[in-house]
Design a protein around this ligand. Sequence first.
Ligand code: NAD
Ligand code: TYD
Length: 359
Amino acid sequence: MILVTGGAGFIGGNFVLDWLAGPAEAAESVINLDKLTYAGNLENLASLQGNPRHVFVQGDIGDSALVARLLAEHRPRAVINFAAESHVDRSIHGAEDFIQTNIVGTFRLLEAVRAHWTALPADEKSAFRFLHVSTDEVYGSLAPDAPAFTETHGFEPNSPYSASKAASDHLVRAWHHTHGLPVLTTNCSNNYGPLHFPEKLIPLMIVNALAGKPLPVYGDGMQVRDWLYVKDHCSAIRRVLEGGRLGETYNVGGWNEKPNLEIVHTVCALLDELRPRSDGQPYASQISYVKDRPGHDRRYAIDARKIERELGWKPAETFESGIRKTVQWYLDHPDWVANVQSGSYRQWVQTQYEAPVSA
Ligand code: NAD
Ligand code: TYD
């Protein structure tokens, strides 16, 4: 079996669902350790209720005793670490949780895993893997014509979020070089797809558009991100887990660089087609330019040739196919949307968007 952390969130949830979707006799069981912060949602895993191959444990990756107990009880052959605070804007408003989970939590998780791994018999020890899921944001921001990030690009994180992820990547690397822990790291570009919490650009635009609310575009909307459909990220992680070279990092991306404004217009056009507004107006009329994010990175782009060359991984979805599936998923799941739009989510939206600069 494998131990997944953060498996009630967006990417971890998709990963667990995909992992367990295979034929029962082929797929390994999953222990899913998740703290259930505002971003963790057990509804993402509702289809696994009663599935004996999914063991959910609510808890913190920083709880050394709990992690040690889970490792000893279940003896997973791999740990895949998705657990993190993941939203840049939240990290600007308050970085404490990011430091605690992304840095201290990763450190404690590494230490618990190291203690467990050190004591394993030789065959289990050599088969064991610790896969750390990270982001392209650790590399900082690219000039418009600069080549895309390769794995040797220096770390230049600019937000509290990316700095905390960079720190965790460094810890993972050090635990390999110093302690020999069999680690793998993936640095992926922006994901989108089902189960994406509507604080991030694409789901926020879909949800706001349907609710008749403004579509808040930061600054001039010309910041560039490289978008990857979440299921493709999950398949890349599975490939790296099975075939990645120990201690290596693999950049994962969709070869889909697009400015935010183009993303927002694409979402609007799909909604115009699939769920036209009752007044016949285009959803793009709801676009509203708001004040820019402090320290906003201008461009990310991933060079994903290493994972393709070494492990034969390529994304299956184009942006056009992936974004259509995504918009359709949100149209088909109004209850999921309604349920996540409560509590701390509502307060957050209020704090973040109270001062639009123009309409
Ligand atoms: P998310 O915020 O949707 O989910 C994070 C999950 O981790 C939640 O279920 C949350 O409850 C859980 N969690 C938080 N703190 C925890 C703790 N201390 N102990 C246990 N569980 C905890 O995030 P996501 O978008 O699914 O991202 C998952 C991972 O992938 C993160 O490490 C993130 O840095 C990385 N990543 C994300 C993207 C992206 O576009 N979303 C891109 C590249 C890399
Ligand atoms: P986001 O989804 O928060 O991901 P990240 O900051 O990790 O890349 O944001 C993606 C891009 O969209 C980023 O350039 C910020 C921008 N953005 C907006 O313009 N408006 C919004 O309301 C949000 C949430 C993001």
